[in-house]
Design a protein around this ligand. Structure first.
Ligand SMILES: Cc1ncc(COP(=O)(O)O)c(C=O)c1O
Length: 472
């Protein structure tokens, strides 16, 4: 892949050491247990090129998780770099509060053009969590402005992840992350996760008739007239463990929302922008949500930016005289930042000029074949795939599906080994996540899968040896 600027140089050992010491002294990393952070030197990333990240030692690593599920076209894409530099030559930031800016206007038009039908307005914010905050607040206020004050709770799914701000955590369903905050959250009722490998209802996908969706219906019935919105991650509950919903589940959710006359918020922060094989996951089931949350891949994974897309009907509910109390009093300082919007426009151009979506089926099939091989490994309980997103669930007993304890960090062990072979991955407990940039080459995809298989095998052997030594 072509880049305009030279590849960043490696750091000297001395400089690398100095940075690591400073990191240990001053930085608090997200989702990180710092009592363990000092045990291994962190990898300091000094650059990137295409599908690779470049470490302080000058080594190249395949970016197997797209730098937290956001990079789309590779790192240092000249087209996106140029768009940002061009915008820098105009203005780096001006506000959306009371002013408008060309990139934000153009981007809003382009997003509405490609979004599922019915979405008409774009509200910008800064990241996935704020996109969700905006959607939840819009849904809540929408009902109030229409005179339905009783719509005061939400429905979400177990294993859902919608971000880390308090509203997003309120609709989050991962106990490990969210339990401690429950007392400070707003009322949300949780429907079962459509997690077929570990069905929470104890059923099997062949005969269940999608009972988990029926449970959602029952919840809507129980709270009829009170639910402001149902919030879902379409097709894949990502942070929950790359849990892929059965075909038709999303459509059922939409039908239930219509039946119970509530709003549907689709969180496509992770699934949007081609990851599932289509521009948006909702397209697979012909679903139009009332509110659509986008971020991560929106800027090609370059800069923080988010958008909450709303229907005209929702927008109209906020109209009224200045003293009507209907104004949407919400906005962040860097909302709709022009540099980020310029990056997003360049990313959308690349989707068109490079026909990114048209090139995905062959990669998706390659991933499917690689996963099929992996599935037979004794340590692998389940493989799940949706487009170029995959989860590989590791278990200690394939028959009973019993997992390892969280403390054993089996997934992390595999990822640590993969790094030695030049692949960067980050697991979700014992689910290995494969989510490379969409531009990954077939060769690198094959290599990544081979590394995973090799490392799963290595860890599996280590675990067996430890067990036979009585160490487990
Ligand atoms: C589905 C989903 N929603 C929301 C978020 C939160 O996004 P951010 O980390 O940008 O706040 C994430 C992050 O992983 C996500 O996967």
């Amino acid at each position: 892949m072509r880049t305009d600027s030279p590849i960043p140089k490696a750091l000297t050992d001395e400089e690398n050491r100095r940075l690591i010491e400073l990191d240990r002294r001053y930085v608090w990393h997200p989702f990180t247990q710092h009592s363990l952070w000092n045990q291994v030197d962190p990898l300091v990333i000094v650059g990137g090129e295409g599908e690779y990240l470049i470490g302080a030692d000058g080594r190249r690593y395949i970016d197997g998780h797209s730098s937290m599920w956001c990079n789309v076209h590779g790192h240092r894409r000249p087209e996106i770099d140029r768009a940002i530099i061009e915008q820098l030559g105009k203005v780096a930031h001006s506000t959306q509060l009371g002013l408008a800016s060309p990139p934000a206007i153009e981007l809003a038009r382009r997003l509405i053009e490609i979004a599922p039908p019915g979405l008409a307005k774009v509200f910008y914010s800064d990241d996935g969590s704020t996109a969700l905050e905006v959607a939840c607040k819009m849904a809540f206020a929408y009902w109030r402005h229409r005179g339905h004050e009783g719509r005061d709770c939400f429905i979400a799914l177990r294993n859902a992840y919608h971000g880390d701000t308090v509203g997003a955590v309120s609709v989050g369903g991962i106990d490990l992350f969210h339990r401690v905050y429950r007392p400070m959250l707003f009322e949300t009722h949780f429907a079962p996760s459509p997690y077929c490998y570990r069905c929470p209802l104890g059923k099997s996908p062949e005969s269940c008739g999608m009972a988990c969706a029926d449970e959602l219906g029952a919840l809507l019935e129980r709270h009829a007239g009170r639910v402001a919105a149902v919030v879902v991650e379409p097709l894949v509950q990502c942070a929950g463990g790359m849990i892929t919903a059965p075909r038709g589940y999303l459509r059922r959710v939409r039908e239930l929302c219509d039946q119970y006359r509530t709003l549907l918020i689709a969180d496509e922060v992770a699934t949007g922008f081609g990851r599932t094989g289509r521009m948006f996951a909702c397209e697979h089931e012909g679903v139009s949500p009332d509110l659509l949350c986008l971020s991560k891949g929106l800027t090609g994974g370059y800069l923080p930016l988010a958008a909450t897309l709303a229907t005209q009907e929702i927008f109209d509910a906020f109209l009224g005289p200045i003293d009507s109390g209907r104004t949407f009093y919400h906005g962040h300082t860097f909302t709709g930042n022009p540099l980020a919007c310029a990056a997003a426009l360049a990313s959308l151009d690349l989707f068109e000029s490079e026909r990114i979506l048209e090139q995905l089926p062959v990669k998706i099939e390659r991933l499917r074949l690689g996963l099929k091989d992996l599935a037979s490994h004794p340590l692998v309980g389940d493989v799940r795939q949706c487009g170029l997103i995959a989860g590989v669930e590791l278990v200690c007993d394939k028959t009973t599906r019993k997992g390892y304890t969280y403390g054993m960090q089996v997934g992390a062990q595999v990822c640590a080994r993969a790094r030695e072979h030049g692949v960067i991955l980050r697991p979700l407990a014992d689910v290995l996540v494969i989510m490379p940039p969409l531009v990954i080459s077939i060769e690198n995809l094959d290599y990544l899968l081979k590394v995973i298989e090799y490392c799963v095998d290595g860890v599996s052997r280590g675990l067996r040896e430890a067990a036979s030594d009585g160490l487990e």
